[in-house]
Design a protein around this ligand. Structure first.
Ligand SMILES: O=C(COP(=O)(O)O)[C@H](O)[C@H](O)COP(=O)(O)O
Length: 359
């Protein structure tokens, strides 16, 4: 965890911890919570001068920014609030920050329902939709179709390792949608029954690539092979402006214990893992550093163990645009290749750190 400024409000620290631990998760929900946290920081600030207020807000934004790297909705939310942080006095700055954060949250909810109406038009009465992970944007399309009186069925992928498919299944059952829950590996078999694959996004790159929960790209390739259209529901806060200037999207790597418990590891390698303790610690007992990394290139894997077993746990993957049929946003639906035009319109050409907005 990065060094948090001394004036970072406890509410901000709690939100950051909850995002990192995935108690707050999903790109839109993370963005909403980040805006709320900036408003909390503004309300709680005891800064006497505008510069001190701005510094506090910057520290709060950095604390939030450093939680998870892949969903661009998080920096986009921060950027939005900072762009409206105008005023000559602390009182003005506080009022502007709170108002801007509230406006962001309002627009987020509004965009999701607009997007839902667009996505619903792609769904026909009686359609079967295959989902992956839990996306509030994707579910907004289903909700709007149900409100239009259409009957839908869902095939819900479990979504290893965190099983966010269960959250999707719970929501769909609350709406009375018949659900078939399948393990991720079963989806090719069940694609025969599906009319659509419907997923969300954590980030969309300028070339139309979709970054979403791990497993999405394999699903999209298989869906193409089976002739099932892939629809991505993503509000425009999922557009990643930095990718217009050639930056790539960082894929978050998570704790190996989400995949393999200590007991399971022991069953595989026996007692051979005495060299290191639990996840993320090395033989120094710290979280590892550059020097430790150099050591690890010898006999030990990246967790400082010498048991020959490495577990990798990427949280997201990249689906190339050729496997995506439509990106559904609050501004209408787009073929992935044309999303860059919308990105340029909304974000301009230049980008910067969220707390140093360029426009
Ligand atoms: O990949 C995930 C969540 O991953 P995690 O569980 O690791 O956060 C979701 O599909 C997107 O964030 C879109 O969600 P939404 O449409 O709600 O923004």
């Amino acid at each position: 965890m990065a060094d948090r400024g001394t004036d970072v409000d406890p509410a901000v620290a709690t939100t950051a911890d909850e995002i990192a631990a995935m108690e707050i998760r999903g790109a839109a929900t993370i963005a909403d919570a980040a805006a709320e946290a900036l408003a909390a920081q503004a309300r709680a600030s005891t800064a006497e001068r505008p510069e001190a207020f701005r510094r506090e807000l910057r520290d709060a934004a950095k604390t939030l920014y450093e939680t998870r790297p892949t969903a661009v909705s998080l920096p986009n939310a921060l950027r939005y609030v900072f762009r409206g942080m105008d005023g000559e006095t602390v009182a003005d700055l506080r009022a502007a920050t709170v108002a801007r954060a509230e406006r962001f949250q309002h627009e987020l909810a509004h965009a999701q329902s607009e997007l839902g109406a667009v996505g619903a038009n792609r769904l026909r009465d009686g359609d079967v939709v295959m989902t992956h992970c839990h996306s509030t944007d994707a579910l907004a399309c289903i909700e709007a179709a149900l409100e239009d009186g259409k009957e839908l069925e869902a095939i819900v992928r479990e979504t290893r390792p965190r099983k966010q498919g269960h959250i999707t299944a719970r929501q769909l059952r609350e709406w009375d949608v018949p659900v078939t829950l399948v393990v991720d590996n079963a989806s090719r078999r069940y694609l025969n029954r599906a009319d659509h694959v419907l997923i969300g996004a954590d980030s969309i790159a300028a070339d139309g690539s979709v970054i979403n929960k791990i497993g999405t790209s394999g699903l999209a390739v298989t869906a193409r092979e089976r002739g099932v259209p892939v629809m991505v529901a993503a509000q425009t806060i999922k557009l990643h402006p930095d990718t217009m200037t050639g930056h790539t999207v960082e894929i978050e790597m998570r704790d190996e214990r989400e995949v393999l418990s200590e007991a399971e590891r022991h069953e595989i390698v026996g007692d051979a893992d005495d060299a290191g303790d639990a996840r993320g610690t090395d033989n120094d007992g710290d979280a590892g550093d550059a020097e430790d990394g150099a050591d690890a290139r010898g006999d030990e894997n990246e967790n400082g163990r010498d048991d020959g077993l490495t577990v990798e746990n990427p949280a997201f993957d990249v689906t190339p645009p050729r496997y995506v049929d439509a990106i559904v946003t609050e501004h209408g639906q787009f073929p992935p290749e044309s999303i860059v035009t919308l990105m340029r319109e909304l974000f301009g050409e230049t980008t910067s750190e969220p707390w140093n907005p360029s426009r």
